[in-house]
Design a protein around this ligand. Structure first.
Ligand SMILES: Nc1ncnc2c1ncn2[C@@H]1O[C@H](COP(=O)(O)OP(=O)(O)OP(=O)(O)O)[C@@H](O)[C@H]1O
Length: 254
């Protein structure tokens, strides 16, 4: 097992598989053997005595959109947070492009953690109310030491992509709509050009036109960069339109 900066070569993650066709299957049986992928391997998570995920395997290949489906409380958001390298599983591990990830959040090198981005349902819970939207978008760049001028230019480019005008960029969260704030969160998520984007009910509280616009930005990004997307949604139409395959999590307690 070779150790590089914060990542180990994961056993059982060599060899390649093509992007799978649309299938619905038990998440615990999905094979997880590919080099270029973001994958959960036998991931188990409990909160206190409640086991939420029990030896779950899930793989997202570059360029594909994997839908994650399951009843409320089945652990979809928990699994997304594990894959986003925000929450350490109690057992099992995450691999990133064939390397076992050892650690979460800032314990990981920036080059590892910035390969995965997550977009949550509530932009208000995910943003600092004291920052302008421009600062919210540029925040991850500043956190990784990108020079201010370069960060501003990249943030402006992304703001344009998601449809935020300079007037909106100067405002703070309390002075914009949820849709406008979620646009800023999407720009922030893309700012490091992640290889994998996890969307956890990211468009659920948006009106139809904002939802369509953000979905178009993400699919364009995905096409241009070959990014893998994990899509969590309770909207069957969105799932059917976007997901190339769907993985089911079993109901809680089964
Ligand atoms: N930080 C936490 N502390 C304690 N319990 C938690 C925590 N986060 C989630 N849970 C519990 O874990 C279970 C799974 O939650 P999770 O949000 O992952 O499910 P979900 O499938 O995304 O649900 P939904 O579709 O309703 O969003 C739930 O019973 C939830 O109450």
């Amino acid at each position: 097992m070779t150790t590089t900066d914060g990542v180990d070569v994961a056993p059982g993650t060599t060899g390649g598989t093509a992007t799978a066709p649309r299938t619905t299957c038990d998440a615990r049986t999905v094979p997880s053997t590919t080099v270029a992928a973001l994958a959960a391997h036998e991931v188990t998570v409990s909160y206190g005595r409640q086991r939420v995920l029990d030896r779950v395997d899930l793989r997202v290949d570059p360029g594909e959109t994997v839908g994650l489906h399951g009843p409320s409380g089945s652990g979809k958001s928990t699994l997304a947070r594990v894959l986003a390298l925000l929450h350490a599983p109690d057992a099992g591990h995450v691999s990133l492009d064939g390397h076992r990830v050892a650690g979460v959040r800032h314990r990981l090198p920036a080059a590892v953690r910035t390969r995965v981005a997550i977009l949550f349902q509530s932009p208000r819970a995910a943003t600092d109310p004291r920052l302008s939207l421009a600062d919210i978008v540029a925040e991850p760049l500043r956190a990784t030491g990108v020079p201010a001028e370069q960060a501003r230019a990249r943030a402006a480019e992304l703001a344009d992509l998601v449809g935020l005008t300079p007037d909106l960029l100067a405002r703070r969260p309390h002075a914009v709509s949820d849709g406008q704030l979620q646009r800023a969160c999407l720009a922030r998520a893309l700012v490091h050009r992640p290889a994998y984007l996890l969307c956890d009910e990211a468009t659920a509280m948006l009106d139809a036109s904002t939802q369509a616009h953000l979905a178009a930005v993400i699919t364009d990004y995905q096409r241009e960069h070959g990014a893998g997307v994990l899509l969590i949604t309770h909207d069957p139409a969105l799932m059917a339109r976007w997901a190339t395959r769907v993985v089911d999590l079993p109901p809680p307690g089964t």
